[in-house]
Design a protein around this ligand. Structure first.
Ligand code: HEC
Ligand code: HEC
Ligand code: HEC
Length: 141
C-alpha cells in the first residue's frame, strides 16, 4: 500500500489526484447548474429602473435627486394645493432657490420629453397619470 492511495472495494485503487478531479468536476457541475439562477439575479438587478431621458441643459433637479425620486408625487400635490387653495405660486427649494409653481411651466420645461422620462418610469411601475388631460404640454420638445 503506497501512501496517498485509498483502496476502494472491488475497483482497485483511486489516487488523491483522482479525487481532486472529482471535486473539480462537482464544482463545475454546480456552476453550470446554478448559472441561470445567478445570472438571473444579476440581470434583474440591472433592470430595476428603465432608461430615463434627462435634460441636456440642466444637471440638477429642483431638489436632490433622491428626494425627487421618492417624493415628486407628494411635492406635486403640495404644489397644487398651495397654488389652487392658497393662491401661492412660488416655492422655495431646500437650497433657497425661488421656483415658480407650475407643473408644465417648471417640471416640463426641463423634462420636456416626458414620454421618455415620466411615462417611461410610470409604465414600468404601472402608474397612470390623468394630469395631461388638463395640463397641456407642447409635444415632442
Ligand atoms: C380636471 C383637470 C385637471 C386634472 C386632471 C389635473 N389638474 Fe392640476 N390643475 C387643474 C386646474 C384647473 C388648475 C388651476 C390652474 C391655475 O390656477 O393655474 C390646476 C393646478 C395645478 C397645479 C398648480 C398650478 C400649475 O399650473 O401647475 C399643479 C402643481 C397641478 N395642478 C398638478 C396636477 C397633477 C400632478 C395632476 C395629475 C395627478 C393634475 N394636476 C391633474 C386642473 C387639473
Ligand atoms: C432645472 C431643470 C429641472 C426642473 C425644473 C425639474 N427637474 Fe427633475 N430633474 C432634472 C435633472 C437634471 C434630473 C437628474 C438629476 C440627476 O441625474 O441626479 C432630474 C431628476 C428628477 C427625478 C428623479 C429621476 C430618477 O432618476 O429617479 C424626478 C422624479 C424628477 N426630476 C421630477 C421632476 C418634477 C416632478 C419636477 C417639477 C416639480 C421637476 N423634476 C423639475 C431637472 C429638472
Ligand atoms: C424614477 C421613476 C419616476 C419618474 C422619473 C417619474 N415618476 Fe412619477 N411616480 C413614480 C412612481 C413609482 C409613482 C407611484 C408612487 C406611489 O404610488 O406611491 C409615481 C407617481 C406619480 C404621481 C402620483 C400619481 C397618482 O395617481 O398618485 C404623479 C402626479 C407623478 N408621479 C408625476 C410625475 C411627473 C410629472 C414626472 C415627470 C416630470 C414623473 N412623475 C417622473 C415614478 C417616477
Amino acid at each position: 500500500m503506497v501512501p496517498g492511495m485509498i483502496p476502494v472495494k472491488g475497483k482497485g485503487v483511486r489516487t488523491m489526484s483522482d479525487r481532486k478531479f472529482i471535486y473539480i468536476g462537482i464544482a463545475v457541475l454546480l456552476i453550470v447548474v446554478l448559472y441561470p439562477f445567478l445570472h438571473g439575479m444579476v440581470a434583474s438587478g440591472d433592470t430595476t429602473q428603465p432608461e430615463l431621458y434627462l435634460p441636456s441643459d440642466a444637471s440638477e433637479c429642483i431638489e436632490e435627486t433622491e428626494y425627487m425620486t421618492a417624493n415628486h408625487m407628494v411635492l406635486l400635490n403640495e404644489w397644487r394645493d398651495t397654488a389652487v387653495r392658497e393662491g401661492i405660486r412660488e416655492y422655495t427649494s431646500q437650497s433657497g432657490e425661488i421656483i415658480k409653481i407650475s407643473l408644465t411651466g417648471t417640471c416640463i420645461s426641463c423634462h420636456g420629453r416626458k414620454d421618455e422620462f415620466c411615462a417611461r418610469c410610470h409604465d414600468y411601475s404601472n402608474v397612470t397619470l390623468s394630469c395631461w388631460n388638463c395640463h397641456v404640454t407642447p409635444e415632442g420638445n
